[in-house]
Design a protein around this ligand. Structure first.
Ligand SMILES: [Zn+2]
Length: 163
């Protein structure tokens, strides 16, 4: 799969919930996983490869494979993670976002449709928040917690309008 880079419009579109679970979905997730690993990424949201489903792949804390479908963050720490995050759609750009929490409890479904609730910590918590934002069409490059001058610079560099 081809990874879309900013300012591709698909990266700003809110993805639709997944309602059909079956072999076709697994094929897409496997292909996303391969693409993410090849790109040395930790997470990849479906709209980063031109799809429109609320799902992402993530390399877990024990290097396990996570297929996260229809995610929602149900609770989170008050404390910020204060960790740098990168993005396969903005190669070479690493940012620390104040709003990222140091842990989050995530409700999601796996590729069979089974529901799970799991706490992710540290960089994995940041990854979950980053990918969930992708599915809402939100970019870390446009985070309101960044200084206006930084956002202006990022908008110019990655070719989108400053919000
Ligand atoms: Zn990203």
């Amino acid at each position: 799969m081809k990874i879309l880079k900013y300012p591709d419009k698909k990266l700003f579109v809110k993805c639709k919930p997944v309602s059909v679970f079956g072999p076709e979905l697994k094929v897409l997730l496997d292909a996303m996983w391969e693409t993410m690993i090849e790109g040395n990424g930790m997470g990849l949201a479906s709209n980063q490869v031109g799809l429109n489903f609320r799902m992402f792949t993530m390399l877990g804390p024990k290097n396990e494979k996570f297929y996260i479908i229809n995610p929602s963050i149900v609770s989170a720490s008050i404390v910020s993670a204060n960790l740098k995050e990168g993005c396969l759609s903005a190669p070479g750009e690493f940012l620390v976002l104040e709003e990222r929490k140091s842990w989050v409890k995530l409700k999601f479904q796996d590729e069979t449709g089974q529901e799970h609730e799991k706490v992710f910590k540290g960089i994995h918590a940041v990854c979950v928040q980053h990918e969930t934002d992708h599915l809402d069409g939100k970019s870390h490059l446009q985070s309101k917690s960044l200084h206006k001058a930084t956002r202006k610079e990022l908008a110019k560099k990655w070719g989108f309008k400053l919000k």
